[in-house]
Write a protein that binds this ligand. Structure first.
Ligand code: GDP
Length: 528
C-alpha cells in the first residue's frame, strides 16, 4: 500500500473518532426543538472563546445558523445539524416531531450512533418515550437520558429513576443529581467528581446560564434542606450501585441521566460534555455478508432518508446518506450496491431550507445530501472499491390501512406517478391487493399521520385529489404463497403485496383473529 493511502486511512480514523452522530428523541412537547437550539447555541457561544453576548430570545437562532453556515463554523441541513465543540464534530440528526410514531423516526435511528432521550420532568414516561426506548433497545443504540423542565414543578427525581428502571428495563445511572425539587432548581452535583455546580437562568435571557462551582459547606449553608435531601438521595444512589458503567451503557443496558432545563440553558453544557466524553464515535457497521468494513476503509454509506421536490422549479430528489466508512469527496464516482451502477456525486450538498451549500468532503458519521438521486431508494448502499452491502432498513409492521382512489380519473397518470414517488421516499408503504386491482392501491402506515402527509403531497405536488377508504385492519404479518392460498378460505382477511420489496402481508382486523387463524392452520407461515 502506498504511503499516501496509509496516511489517508489514518486521517480518516482520526476524523471518525472525533464524530458524534446522534438524535434527540422525545414525546412531542418534551423540549426537543428547544434542546436542539440550545445545544447548537452553546457549542457556538463556547467556541467563541467566551464571547457571551446577551440576547433577548431565541428567535434569531435559525437565521444565526444561516450566517454561521457562511462562516463555516456550523452547517445545517434539513436532515442534520453539524457543529463542532471541544474538537469534536457533532452531527445532530433531525427526527420528525409528529405526535404519532412514524417510520421516519425509525429510519433516522438507523443512522445514529447514540440518542439523547428527553423526558418532561412533570410527565415522566409518555407513550412515545416508551416506543422510542424500545426501538433503541432493539437496535442496541446507547441512550443518554435528560430530564428536562426541572425549572418547573414536576415528579420526584428518585421516582423518575424507578420509573425508567421498572417500565423500560434500563438501569438509570445518574451522572448529575439535582439539588432542589423540580421547580426549585439550585444546581446539580456531578456524581463523577462530587462537585456541586450552582445554576441559575442567566439574567436578561443571555445565551448561557450562570454556573459556578460551590463547596459543600457553602451549598449546605445556602440551600439548607434542599442540600440535605440531595445528599441523602446521593447516598441512596451510591448504595444501589447506580454508577455509570461504560460497557453497560454501550450495550444499551443502562442509561446515564442528566437533569436540567433546556429553555433556560440549565444542564445543557453538561450534556454537551457527556456527548463528547461518553457517546460512542462511528464504528464498523454490520454488513449483509458479515464482513467488516472498518471506518477507515474505503468510502461506504447508506441512504436513510429521501426527500423530493425541495426545489419547486426543478423537480428532483435528494438522498441523504450516512457515511459508514472512508472519506467522501465530492465528485467521486461511487457504486450503487443494488444495481452495480456508478453514481456521480458531483452535486453533493448540505441543505438548509431552500438554501443549499456544496459539500466537498465528509467522514464517517457525517450526512451528505445527494441531488438528482432518483435512482436511489431508502436503505440503498453506496461504496467505492471492494463491494459492500448494508442490510435493508427494516419495515415496521403497519397498523393503519386505507384504500386510495383518485377522485378524478383524468388525473390517473399523475396519481400513479405520485404513488410511486411516495413509495420510493417511504412516506407510506404501498400495497396491492388482488381484490382491489392495480388501480386502487392500499396505503399502509405505522402512524395515521403518514396518511395525512401522503394525501397532502399528492394534492400539492401532483395535483391529484384522492379519497381514502380506511380499511378495518389493525395487524399485518408476513406470509408466503402457500399462506395466501390457505387464507383465501378465511373471511375478513386479505393478503397484499408490498410494492417496495414484494413481501406478502396478511392483514387482520385484530390480533386475536390472527391468533385464532394461526391456531387453525399450524402450517401457516405468519411473521408479525
Ligand atoms: P418538542 O415538541 O419536543 O420539540 O418541544 P419544544 O422544544 O417545542 O418545547 C415545548 C414547550 O416546552 C415549549 O413551550 C418550550 O418553551 C417548553 N420548554 C422546553 N424546554 C423547557 C424547559 O426546560 N423548561 C420549561 N419550563 N419549558 C420548556
Amino acid at each position: 500500500m502506498s504511503q499516501n493511502v496509509l496516511a489517508s486511512a489514518a486521517g480518516v480514523a482520526v476524523e471518525a473518532k472525533r464524530r458524534r452522530t446522534f438524535a434527540v428523541i422525545s414525546h412531542p412537547d418534551a423540549g426537543k426543538s428547544t434542546m436542539t437550539e440550545a445545544l447548537a447555541l452553546h457549542a457556538r457561544v463556547i467556541g467563541q472563546a467566551g464571547a457571551v453576548h446577551g440576547k433577548g430570545d431565541r428567535k434569531g437562532v435559525v437565521s444565526d445558523w444561516m450566517a454561521m453556515e457562511q462562516e463555516r463554523g456550523i452547517s445545517v441541513t434539513s436532515a442534520a445539524l453539524q457543529f463542532s465543540y471541544r474538537d469534536v464534530v457533532i452531527n445532530l440528526l433531525d427526527t420528525p416531531g409528529h405526535a404519532d410514531f412514524s417510520e421516519d423516526t425509525y429510519r433516522v435511528l438507523t443512522a445514529v450512533d447514540s440518542a439523547v432521550m428527553l423526558l418532561d420532568a412533570a410527565k415522566g414516561l409518555e407513550p412515545q418515550t416508551l416506543k422510542l426506548f424500545e426501538v433503541c433497545r432493539q437496535r442496541n443504540i446507547p441512550v443518554m437520558t435528560f430530564i428536562n423542565k426541572w425549572d418547573r414543578p414536576g415528579l420526584d427525581a428518585l421516582a423518575l429513576m424507578d420509573e425508567i428502571e421498572q417500565r423500560i428495563g434500563l438501569k438509570p445511572t445518574p451522572l448529575t443529581w439535582p439539588v432542589g425539587i423540580a421547580g426549585h432548581f439550585r444546581g446539580v452535583v456531578d456524581r463523577r467528581t462530587g462537585a456541586f455546580v450552582r445554576m441559575e437562568r442567566a439574567p436578561g435571557g443571555a445565551d448561557l446560564a450562570v454556573e459556578e462551582e460551590m463547596s459543600a459547606d457553602e451549598a449546605a449553608e445556602r440551600f439548607g434542606a434542599d442540600w440535605t435531601t440531595a445528599t441523602e438521595e446521593l447516598e441512596l444512589l451510591e448504595m444501589t450501585g447506580a454508577d455509570f458503567d461504560e460497557a453497560e451503557f454501550l450495550a444499551a443496558k443502562s442509561t446515564p441521566v442528566l437533569f436540567g432545563a433546556a429553555v433556560a440553558n440549565l444542564g445543557v453544557s453538561q450534556l454537551l460534555n457527556i456527548l463528547v466524553e461518553l457517546a460512542p464515535p462511528p464504528e464498523a457497521r454490520p454488513t449483509v455478508a458479515g464482513d467488516d468494513r472498518p471506518v477507515e476503509g474505503a468510502f461506504s454509506g447508506f441512504v436513510f432518508k429521501i426527500q423530493a421536490n425541495m426545489n419547486r422549479t426543478h423537480r428532483d430528489q435528494l438522498a441523504f446518506v450516512r457515511i459508514n466508512s472512508g472519506k467522501f469527496e465530492r465528485g467521486m464516482i461511487v457504486t450503487h450496491a443494488g444495481t452495480g451502477k456508478p453514481f456521480a456525486t458531483k452535486y453533493a450538498q448540505q441543505i438548509f431550507g431552500q438554501g443549499r451549500e456544496t459539500i466537498d468532503e465528509a467522514y464517517p458519521g457525517d450526512v451528505v445530501g445527494l441531488v438528482n438521486a432518483t435512482t436511489l431508494g431508502i436503505g440503498d448502499t453506496l461504496y467505492v472499491g471492494t463491494p459492500v452491502k448494508y442490510p435493508a432498513l427494516p419495515s415496521f409492521p403497519p397498523e393503519h390501512f386505507a384504500a386510495v382512489t383518485a377522485a378524478d380519473t383524468s388525473t390517473y397518470k399523475r396519481f400513479r406517478r405520485g404513488i410511486e414517488q411516495l413509495d420510493g421516499e417511504g412516506v407510506v408503504q404501498v400495497l396491492r391487493s388482488e381484490q382491489r386491482g392495480d388501480g386502487v392501491p392500499v396505503f399502509a402506515a405505522v402512524g395515521p399521520m403518514q396518511f395525512e402527509v401522503a394525501t397532502h403531497r399528492l394534492e400539492a405536488e401532483f395535483g391529484v385529489k384522492v379519497t381514502l377508504n380506511h380499511l378495518p385492519y389493525e395487524v399485518a404479518a408476513r406470509t408466503d404463497e402457500a399462506g395466501r392460498e390457505i387464507l383465501r378460505a378465511e373471511s375478513n382477511i386479505e393478503v397484499m403485496t408490498r410494492v417496495r420489496d414484494g413481501a406478502l402481508l396478511a392483514v387482520f382486523p385484530h390480533r386475536w383473529r390472527m391468533r385464532t387463524v394461526a391456531g387453525r392452520h399450524p402450517d401457516l407461515r405468519l411473521d408479525a
